[in-house]
Design a protein around this ligand. Structure first.
Ligand SMILES: *Cc1c(COP(=O)(O)O)cnc(C)c1O
Length: 376
């Protein structure tokens, strides 16, 4: 069997977890949390980061920080994971969905402006498969209308918009270290704070609404409840796991990008003949080897291809059902027409891509797909 994903361990995880245990401080904001924070601030120039227990939590923090209230509207791509919308819905926002581009699952900025009303508060973008959204266009729309931009960069570690790291462009950004992402901690995430107005409050919300951070720095003389918040910070055991991964970021990325490149080169013959679509990298975007997908011409072709791969022991996977048609949303709203999001819902198929995928196994996947189109 060739699995869809296989979590990669660098080999140092247990040692660092052991170190965290031996230090006798396993709760959040310990030595390894600080090491992870330093890593991201140095490596990507993020102004301020806070590890969280998940990307979902980081998005929930973002919704609190931009003060989302019942009745506010938040624009979100329909083709995304539920957390992108849920984090804002939890605070009472009305989610206003937008469609993807025809040739790229990312949000199409051309559809955004007509969705903006006096109640709109934020645009949440998702860098799908680690490929940048058109951030200049989105930032310009947001500035024109006085809106916040939040980047759901769950899949986008070490990827760029022109020369700017993803996660550094919106007011706030959220990353994921779930075991399906490039760099993992089992479950884990991170909030990036690019707008300094949010830095102080972010730390308070992170620490259950207390001023614990300022108290320990000696800035206030009383440790107390000062705002809403939750337990968003992970234990230092999780941070130790993550730090072992971060030290190997270069190695992980090199390998994943090589696998991505090989899929692209070998399957290009099929896209040249318009038999199936491959990921499009706009000129402003880099890849980060997060995910390789193909897009079939219709849903029946995807089912047939998926079944053929499964019969050969290959686990390919489709991805998000577009959220505007989900039962939770459609129950309350008129369902808009988003042909592009629907197309990815029906036709996108993700191929196995993980650090330990061997060349021989990747050949099997490639050959099965080429064979499928020979027979068809
Ligand atoms: C994985 C993912 C999330 C959720 O990440 P968690 O860390 O599991 O909360 C959110 N948004 C997108 C786009 C994702 O791919």
């Amino acid at each position: 069997m060739i699995p869809f994903n296989k979590p990669f361990l660098t080999g140092n995880e247990l040692e660092y977890i052991g170190k965290a245990l031996s230090l006798g401080k396993t709760s959040g904001d310990g030595l390894f949390t600080k090491k992870c924070h330093d890593f991201f601030e140095k490596r990507f120039g993020f102004k301020k980061v806070l590890l969280t227990t998940s990307c979902t939590d980081a998005l929930e923090m973002a919704a609190i920080l931009i003060d989302i209230k019942p009745g506010d509207e938040v624009i979100v791509p329909s083709y995304t994971f539920v957390s992108t919308a849920n984090a804002f819905a939890l605070r009472g926002a009305e989610i206003v969905f937008a469609d993807s581009y025809a040739n790229n699952p990312n949000i199409d900025p051309a559809g955004i402006e007509s969705l903006i009303t006096s109640k709109t508060k934020a645009i949440v973008v998702v860098h799908y498969a680690g490929v940048a959204c058109d951030m200049d266009k989105i930032t310009a729309i947001a500035q024109k209308h006085g809106l916040y931009v939040v980047e759901d960069a769950a899949q986008a570690i070490d990827s760029y918009y022109n020369d700017r790291p993803l996660g550094s462009i919106g007011h706030l950004a959220a990353f994921s270290f779930h075991e399906t992402k490039n760099v993992i901690a089992g479950e884990g995430g991170m909030l990036v704070i690019n707008d300094e107005r949010f830095t102080g409050r972010a730390e308070i919300i992170w620490e259950k609404g207390t001023n614990r951070g300022s108290f320990f720095r000696g800035e206030v003389n009383k440790y107390e409840w000062v705002d809403i918040g939750s337990s968003f910070l992970p234990s230092d055991i999780i941070a130790a796991f993550l730090y072992a991964q971060l030290e190997s970021l270069e190695t992980i990325q090199t390998r994943r990008k090589a696998l991505w490149g090989r899929y692209y080169e070998e399957l290009k013959c099929l896209s040249d003949k318009n038999l199936l679509g491959l990921p499009a990298l706009p000129a402003y975007a880099t890849g980060n080897g997060h995910m390789f997908y193909v897009v079939t011409t219709d849903a029946a072709a995807r089912t047939a291809l998926l079944n053929k791969l499964r019969a050969s022991g290959i686990n390919a996977a489709f991805h998000h059902p577009s959220l505007h048609k989900s039962s939770f949303y459609a129950y309350k709203h008129d369902v808009p027409e988003f042909p592009n999001a629907d197309h990815y819902t029906d036709c996108l198929l993700r191929l196995p891509l993980y650090y330990d995928l061997t060349a021989a196994d990747q050949d099997i996947v490639i050959n099965e797909i080429i064979d499928f189109y020979k027979q068809a």
